[in-house]
Write a protein that binds this ligand. Structure first.
Ligand code: AMP
Length: 279
């Protein structure tokens, strides 16, 4: 597994792969890797000849109220996991390589960035779109794998790649969950044992609400009941909503003409849990 820490070495490594006729899949991450990230590497391997993972804790996607320094980092553990997952290349640029002094270009995706995480974390999707665009250009990958776990991010990146005519296929990968339904997340390590025991309530409540909507319960009452269930369990929901799957526009009624998604974010102690499921 080759490790690149500067752009010229990444360019040389990906050029060599292309010269050998290999299709490259990119897996963008912020490190602190778990089985969810490893499933993206596996998905990349299924559709391409080589897989590159990037590990970059992107300061641009944290807003001033969020603690960038608290984000978990484990370079040695991450590299061991990527090696055993069969990753071919790791791109881990220092911040100065990604944003050299004088950097002045950002990417703002309207549409799917609006609302939900876009409201809760102002500037977040600008940071995500900007770094993903740069990662796509730097790697020249054919495919990029993204987790459905971050559904809105997946839609923002898909929209950005289409709008900017970037010749890359965005590959959605299903959410990996613990046996009790909790979606794997680097932030779960900050849950106390009691909070960890409560956390699966989010997925259970979403599943129940989706079932109720499909059985014909009015959307507003299914959502209100879900919100109340979360609060009763000690979670503080930021949102619990039914949306059009690609545009993230809120739906007040069940849709007959296209995919819907239930999206939710809720705080449990100091941890913000984020999840979504198809309806
Ligand atoms: P992160 O490093 O947390 O920013 O995530 C990097 C990538 O891993 C993103 O595409 C996430 O959607 C994806 N990811 C994170 N958690 C999971 C999960 N539980 N299942 C599948 N993909 C995930």
């Amino acid at each position: 597994m080759q490790i690149c820490r500067d752009l010229p070495s990444l360019r040389a490594a990906t050029a060599a792969l292309r010269a050998a006729g290999k299709r490259l899949a990119l897996v963008p991450t912020m490190g602190a890797l778990h089985e969810g990230h490893i499933s993206l590497v596996a998905a990349g391997r299924r559709v391409a000849d080589a897989v590159a993972a990037s590990i970059f804790v992107n300061p641009l996607q944290f807003n001033p109220n969020e603690d960038l320094s608290r984000y978990p980092r484990d370079e040695e553990g991450d590299l061991a996991k990527l090696r055993s997952a069969g990753c071919d290349l790791v791109w881990m640029p220092p911040v100065e390589a990604m944003y050299p002094p004088g950097s002045a270009t950002v990417i703002d995706v309207a549409g799917p960035s609006a609302g939900w995480e876009g409201d809760a974390r102002p500037g977040h999707f600008r940071g995500v779109a900007t770094v993903c665009c740069k990662l796509f250009q730097q790697s020249q990958a054919d495919v990029a794998a993204f987790g459905e776990k971050d559904w809105q991010q997946l839609q923002v990146v898909t929209r950005m790649a289409a709008d900017l005519d970037i010749p890359i296929r965005i590959l959605p990968v299903p959410t990996v969950r613990e046996a009790d339904g909790l979606a794997l997340s680097s932030r779960n390590r900050f849950l106390s044992p009691a909070e960890r025991a409560t956390a699966p309530v989010l997925f259970r409540t979403m599943t129940a609400a989706a079932g109720a909507i499909l059985r014909g319960t009015a959307v507003a009452s299914a959502l209100a009941e879900g919100d109340a269930t979360l609060r009763a369990a000690g979670l503080v929901p930021d949102y619990f909503a039914l949306v059009e799957a690609e545009t993230l526009k809120p739906l007040a009624a069940r849709r007959a003409d296209g995919p819907m998604r239930l999206v939710a974010a809720a705080r449990l102690g100091t941890v913000r849990l984020l999840d979504n499921i198809p309806v």
